[in-house]
Design a binder for this molecule. Structure first.
Ligand code: ADP
Ligand code: 5GP
Length: 204
């Protein structure tokens, strides 16, 4: 039996395939809830407010910071992104596993606040493949693409601060790898102290 929900943080360079992998994980792994971040960037085609992000104006976002409603927030490539606090804390207390997709700075801030969180870094098979994917997605203009590819090089330097690395070569393998991580994390002795305490071998 597992008592407190896992807090799982996923990062990786823009275009690696995080959204795609997490979409599949959502279908195959029902006992995970996904935290919805707030952002000031414009919605991409097909993105829905409250599902992909809470889309905010800069003033609305700043008001959330002022009201201490964020676990963490950053300015990434000229837009604000942040994790609303209420949802994460409620999920954890209710014993639900909660998954957050955030960039590196946010991930490290979450680890500081929640030392038992699980940090997973998803990487593409190569930088060239990353370029192909982000360009092929067709959602950013060339200037934003080169900004994000530069940011990818910076982000990769922090990979050793993460607990796990998953290569998104094939989607199937990447989803399987994340599921294996979740399974192993749930079986850690440190997360199962109540079971261990209740084992009574004294009279055996
Ligand atoms: P991110 O959320 O990391 O920015 P996306 O999930 O939007 O990345 O994926 C970027 C592009 O790469 C999308 O066009 C997606 O279809 C494609 N993609 C994702 N994973 C793979 C994969 N394993 N193999 C090939 N293409 C992929
Ligand atoms: P995108 O604009 O591609 O959706 O996201 C850009 C980057 O912002 C990604 O690396 C994504 O993981 C990160 N991001 C999304 N939400 C948050 C958040 O709440 N906090 C932080 N720190 N980063 C976020």
């Amino acid at each position: 039996m597992f008592h407190e929900g896992l807090l799982v943080v996923i990062s990786g360079p823009s275009g690696t395939g995080k959204g795609t992998v997490l979409g599949l994980l959502r279908q195959s792994t029902p006992n995970i809830v996904f935290s919805v971040s707030a952002t000031t960037r414009a919605p991409r085609e097909g993105e829905i407010d409250g599902i992909n992000y809470f889309f905010k104006t800069v003033d609305e976002f700043k008001a959330m910071i002022e009201a201490d409603e964020m676990v963490e927030w950053v300015n990434y490539c000229n837009n604000y992104y942040g994790t609303p606090k209420k949802f994460v804390d409620e999920c954890k207390q209710q014993g639900n596993n909660v998954l957050l997709e955030v960039e590196v700075e946010g991930a490290l801030n979450i680890k500081r606040k929640y030392p038992d969180s699980v940090l997973i870094f998803i990487v593409p098979p190569s930088f060239e493949e990353l370029r192909r994917r982000i360009t092929g997605r067709g959602t950013e203009n060339p200037e934003v693409i080169s900004q994000r590819l530069e940011q990818a090089k910076v982000e990769l330097k922090f990979i050793d601060r993460y607990d796990y690395v998953v290569v998104n070569n094939t989607l199937k393998q990447a989803v399987e790898d994340i599921n294996s991580i979740l399974k192993a994390e749930k079986l850690k002795t440190s997360r199962n102290s109540r079971i261990i305490e209740h084992l009574d071998f004294k009279d055996a």
